[in-house]
Design a protein around this ligand. Structure first.
Ligand code: SF4
Ligand code: SF4
Length: 245
C-alpha cells in the first residue's frame, strides 16, 4: 500500500521563474540499503559494471527500469528538478493530480512537467522520502540512475547528487569490464573537450545528458575502436554521432 500523499504547496511563481532551466531526471526511492558507518558516507556497492551498463542502456530504450539501490536517499527527488512526463505516459498522468502538471517548455502540446515545492521537493515525495506513485512514476524517474555520474567521472548538477554518486563503487569482474568503464569516462572527457568538431558545436552542457551520452557511445572509446583508429577528431566525432543514433 502506498503511503498517503502529503499536502504540498507548489510555488508556481518559482516554477515560472525557473522554467528556463533544463529539467532534471529524478529516480526512484523505494528499495532501501543502510550504511554501516557512523558518518553515513561509506562506499556503496554499485554492482558489476558490465551488468550495470547493459541495464542502463535497456532503461534508456525503455525496456527496463534503472533499478537503483537508492536506500534512504531521495536526493534527485528533492533538489529542485522538473520532471518531464510525455503524453503517452497514460498511467502516470492518471496518477498525478492535474493541478500539479504544467505545460513543458519547448515541447509539443501534451508534454508536461511536475514542478517542485518551496523546499525543492517533488510534490509526490512523502515526508519519509518515498515516492507516493512509485509503481506509476514517470519514465524520467524510471530511467534516472545517479551511478552514471560515477561511471562517467563527472559531477552531477546538484551537490547532493554528486555526493551520493561519489560513493558508488563498481566491480569490474567480467572480461572487458575495466575497458568499458574506462571507455565511458574517456567519452565523458573527450566530448566536451572537442565540442568544436561536432556539427554545430552541439554537445550536452547538462551533466546528466553528457553522462548518459558517454554510456551510449562508450564503444567508440574501447581499445581498437574509432577513437584510437580514426584519422582525426572529426572522424571520431562522426563515430560518436553515429553511435548515439
Ligand atoms: S540520487 Fe541516486 S541514490 Fe539518490 S534517489 Fe536519486 S537515483 Fe537514488
Ligand atoms: S515522481 Fe516519484 S520518483 Fe519521480 S521525482 Fe517525484 S517522488 Fe521522485
Amino acid at each position: 500500500m502506498q503511503p498517503a500523499r502529503p499536502e504540498r504547496h507548489v510555488s508556481l511563481a518559482y516554477y515560472r521563474m525557473k522554467m528556463g532551466l533544463t529539467p532534471g531526471a529524478p529516480g526512484g526511492t523505494v528499495s532501501r540499503v543502510s550504511c554501516e558507518t557512523d558518518s553515513g558516507a561509506c562506499d556503496l556497492p554499485a554492482g558489476e559494471f558490465g551488468e550495470w551498463i547493459e541495464r542502463l542502456r535497456a532503461a534508456l530504450l525503455h525496456e527496463a527500469d534503472a533499478d537503483v539501490p537508492c536506500g534512504d536517499c531521495c536526493a534527485c527527488c528533492s533538489t529542485s528538478h522538473f520532471v518531464h512526463i510525455g503524453p503517452d505516459e497514460v498511467e502516470t498522468l492518471a496518477a498525478v493530480p492535474a493541478e500539479l502538471l504544467f505545460a513543458a517548455p519547448d515541447r509539443p502540446a501534451g508534454h508536461v512537467v511536475l514542478p517542485f515545492d518551496d523546499r525543492g521537493r517533488c510534490p509526490l515525495l512523502d515526508e519519509s522520502g518515498l515516492c507516493t506513485i512509485y509503481d506509476r512514476r514517470p519514465l524520467t524517474c524510471r530511467t534516472y540512475d545517479c551511478r552514471v555520474f560515477a561511471a562517467a567521472g563527472i559531477e552531477a548538477d546538484r551537490p547532493e547528487i554528486t555526493e551520493r554518486a561519489r560513493r558508488w563503487r563498481f566491480s569490474c569482474i567480467a572480461p572487458g569490464d575495466s575497458d568499458r568503464r574506462a571507455a565511458v569516462a574517456a567519452a565523458a572527457r573527450w566530448i566536451p573537450a572537442h565540442a568544436a568538431v561536432f556539427p554545430g558545436g552541439a554537445v550536452p552542457d547538462d551533466p546528466a545528458q553528457l553522462a548518459v551520452l558517454a554510456v551510449r557511445v562508450a564503444d567508440v572509446f574501447l581499445p581498437g575502436g574509432p577513437a584510437t583508429t580514426a584519422a582525426d577528431d572529426v572522424a571520431v566525432a562522426a563515430a560518436i554521432v553515429e553511435a548515439a543514433r
